[in-house]
Design a protein around this ligand. Structure first.
Ligand SMILES: NC(=O)c1ccc[n+]([C@@H]2O[C@H](COP(=O)([O-])OP(=O)(O)OC[C@H]3O[C@@H](n4cnc5c(N)ncnc54)[C@H](OP(=O)(O)O)[C@@H]3O)[C@@H](O)[C@H]2O)c1
Length: 238
């Protein structure tokens, strides 16, 4: 079976739908039950869901208890930038709270989910973590959090490699049709981001899904410990 965190919206939702459509058993998580229930209903009840906070140890344990068969693929989409749409932090306490929230959302959610499900991962399974182009640019605390995810993927890949499990960090640039920007993406900003690519296009959900499906596939068994950039050339590795 496949577990997709943050599967109620955006990239996670698209990945879960694609896995379901090809006949795989899928369980999705998210903090809000409503988007998860809507996805499950859309799939005729064929997508299982658990409303939980993947950055909370008790919830991660609940997730482990609800996973009843070996996990062939773990796709860790839960995350985001809590600073979007909020005023700048005023006090040092506000700065500390935003930093902690950003790290919890992106790093702790991934690491706790892995810790909870590690023993359930099938030998030869795949783990796909989500980084971001923001790790290259900075972007407040969100970029550093995604850089931490990318680094975490390296050590995890080394540790799980002995079981034939691959671990990679997929780092997209701007992807449309998600809740990431909470409705705050303007046409001007989108054009600016399009202009930063080599291809003159912005990322679609289908671009990300195709890459995730490859990383989950038998063809990708020699791809591990990598940060894979998916951004139309907006940032290159050389
Ligand atoms: N869209 C982009 O341009 C872009 C670019 C680079 C990287 N990314 C990364 O791609 C991943 C997917 O984001 P998206 O673009 O698809 O945005 P999205 O639509 O906002 O999806 C993020 C999902 O994660 C869930 N989530 C957040 N924190 C969680 C937690 N602690 N426990 C469980 N679920 C949690 C959210 O649901 P709840 O709020 O209900 O929990 C939401 O469904 C994220 O890691 C994001 O940082 C996105």
């Amino acid at each position: 079976m496949f577990v997709v965190t943050g599967g109620g919206t955006g990239i996670g939702r698209a990945v879960a739908s694609a896995l379901h459509e090809r006949g795989d058993r899928v369980l999705v998580t998210g903090r809000r039950a409503a988007p998860l229930a809507a996805l499950s209903q859309e799939a005729g009840g064929g997508i299982e869901f658990l409303a939980c906070d993947n950055s909370d140890p008790a919830d991660a344990r609940r997730l482990a208890e609800s996973v009843t068969e070996p996990v062939d693929g773990l796709v860790l989409c839960a995350g985001g930038n809590p600073a979007i749409g909020r005023p700048e932090p005023e006090s040092l306490a506000d700065v500390a709270a935003l930093l902690d929230e950003t790290m919890a959302s992106n790093v702790r959610s991934a690491a706790l989910t892995v810790a909870a499900l590690e023993s359930r991962l099938a030998d030869g399974a795949s783990v796909v973590l989500f980084g971001s182009i923001a790790a290259e640019h900075g972007v407040g605390f969100y970029g550093p959090a995604k850089a931490a995810v990318a680094s975490y993927a390296v050590g995890l890949a080394a540790r799980l490699g002995t079981r034939g499990i691959t671990v990679n960090c997929l780092a997209p640039g701007y992807v449309t049709d998600t809740e990431f920007f909470r409705g705050g993406m303007t046409r001007e900003r989108e054009e600016q981001l399009r202009g930063q690519t080599m291809t003159g296009r912005v990322g679609a959900l289908s671009d990300v899904v195709a890459c995730v499906l490859f990383l989950l596939s038998p063809q990708a068994r020699h791809v591990t410990g990598q940060t894979i950039h998916l951004n139309g050339g907006a940032v290159t590795t050389r």
